[in-house]
Ligand binder design. Sequence first.
Ligand SMILES: NC(=O)c1ccc[n+]([C@@H]2O[C@H](COP(=O)([O-])OP(=O)(O)OC[C@H]3O[C@@H](n4cnc5c(N)ncnc54)[C@H](OP(=O)(O)O)[C@@H]3O)[C@@H](O)[C@H]2O)c1
Length: 326
Amino acid sequence: MKIAIVGATGEVGRMMLSCLEEFAVPVTEVDLYASERSKGSALDFRGKPVPVKVLLEDSLLRPYDYVLFSAGGSVARQFAPIAASAGAVMIDNSSAFRQEDSIPLVVPEINGSLLEGYQGIVANPNCTTIQLVLPLAILDSLFGLGKVVVSTYQSVSGSGHKGISALQSQRKGGTDPGIYPELIDLNVIPQIGEFQASGYCQEEEKIHQETRKILTLPDLEVCATTVRVPVVFGHSESVYAEFRTAVDLAKAAQELAQGESLEFSGTTYITPRNLGSSNSSHVSRMRLGTSPRSLCFWCVGHNVRLGAATNAVRILLKHARMAGRL
Ligand SMILES: NC(=O)c1ccc[n+]([C@@H]2O[C@H](COP(=O)([O-])OP(=O)(O)OC[C@H]3O[C@@H](n4cnc5c(N)ncnc54)[C@H](OP(=O)(O)O)[C@@H]3O)[C@@H](O)[C@H]2O)c1
């Protein structure tokens, strides 16, 4: 398969390249694109350096099977339609297309069937949403989900390499907040993205809208508080959920333990530092909430892997299988 990665030098783009190797995607040709800033650089793929090209208007007119986009919303809006019109399936990590009705927002384990016979742009959900909906989809099928209240603890790599640099320089005593509204070292910041008229910030609105779209629950009550924390990789979430029927904790534990791309622990918990190269959503500390129809849990996932690159490559693989390319 002929594949291109746009934004290949970024946190997500580099992980996409690793995932193509890790998931043994049968790549016959890979082209890597980034901005002028990366001119002359190269990235290793299967032990060989691949040059990074500057993205130009006509770059994506080549006949790619899949183009993985991870270069932000404005680049996606400009270039994704070009790739799609040239016949590629374009999998985009930005929020540019996620709320368009005609564009599937896909977590393959939940709604991968949307890829059947599909050509064009596919949207990859927000990192916090992916790790959240994996357990919620199972709990919804068991008890009927009605309401979710989630607080997040999001790592700086979620803001790309500028986020990691900001934390690293502040750890050494720097006082420049960088891309954040305040210093992130030894601090937590309850704002991710601009505040909206609703009083929620952009990241919170993304969780609200994307959770409803992926679970096809347009009336789901969702309330998110998103917080940046001085962790390098791995997002954590404290989740409270209410259901239409009484919760059976043992049944929930059994089904979550068997869930695809899920790791369930009934006796201990995981922290972001322990995630390593996990591609799963880790659920632990599950307990009843304020009534027999509610429960709480702790959820941790690798934002650059599960929350971005791994989900994109899983979309590619699922689509390729359905299209008979694998
Ligand atoms: N980090 C996460 O956990 C995460 C999770 C889910 C979704 N996402 C989304 O994924 C996207 C990338 O995030 P990231 O964390 O990888 O950011 P990043 O580390 O800042 O990397 C951004 C990438 O985009 C490239 N780029 C920027 N402007 C470009 C242009 N005009 N033409 C071509 N390439 C351009 C950069 O190239 P240069 O190196 O040449 O500047 C770099 O490769 C964003 O939309 C982000 O919201 C990120």
